[in-house]
Design a protein around this ligand. Structure first.
Ligand code: GAR
Length: 187
């Protein structure tokens, strides 16, 4: 008899506070089994350690992508959550369609850094967030899920980013659930 399991081993990569890590961990628990950050002492590492998830620093520098890949031997899926480094070869090909990213705009609008500020400065009346697969471009991979966020008249960059992050914490777990549902089950 074959026993099927939908349980996956998921790594989260981040450089910042780790609020998206928290949102994913609270939904997926032990399936989130590894956190890697390029920033020693970053919030994401502290949050991971606080809940008993293995937390590793890989500082930026030569062969960053190869060093990260070497840490992912038994990992099924990778979630970028505020990871401020480009994902490159050999990491990209080894995890084709298995690396997700959360971006704080309605892609393809406003790729790149501080996308909420870009939307505010452009005078938009709405923005949002996007979960997408990672490819070699900057925030260009196939989209999985988006949520719209209105821009209010008295919004500051901080208040807008805060509301976008609330939306991020809703759609990232949902997008990950959808991707897991498409993966082959292990026996
Ligand atoms: C999130 O808002 C995420 O969308 C953004 O960094 C923040 C990380 O927050 N990512 C990008 O801008 C990537 N281009 P967190 O560390 O609290 O999850």
């Amino acid at each position: 008899m074959t026993i099927f399991s939908a349980v996956k081993r998921i790594a989260v990569l981040g450089s910042g506070n780790g609020s998206n890590f928290e949102a994913l961990h609270s939904e997926f628990g032990d399936q989130i089994c590894l956190v890697i950050s390029d920033r020693p002492g970053s919030g994401i590492l502290k949050k991971a350690e606080a809940v008993g998830v293995s937390a590793i620093t890989e500082k930026s520098g030569p062969e960053l992508n190869a060093r990260i890949l070497a840490r992912l031997q038994d990992i099924d899926l990778v979630c970028l959550a505020g990871f401020m480094r480009m994902v490159k070869e050999p990491f990209l090909s080894a995890f084709e369609k298995r690396i997700l990213n959360i971006h704080p705009s309605l892609l393809p609008r406003f790729p790149g850094q501080e996308a909420w500020k870009q939307a505010l400065d452009a005078g938009e009346d709405e923005t949002g967030c996007t979960v997408h697969f990672v490819d070699a471009g900057i925030d260009t991979g196939e989209m999985i899920l988006q949520e719209r966020v209105p821009i209010l008249e008295n919004d500051t960059a901080e208040s807008l980013h805060r509301r976008i992050q609330q939306a991020e914490h809703r759609i990232y777990p949902e997008a990950l659930r959808r991707v897991i549902a498409t993966l082959p089950h292990e026996s």
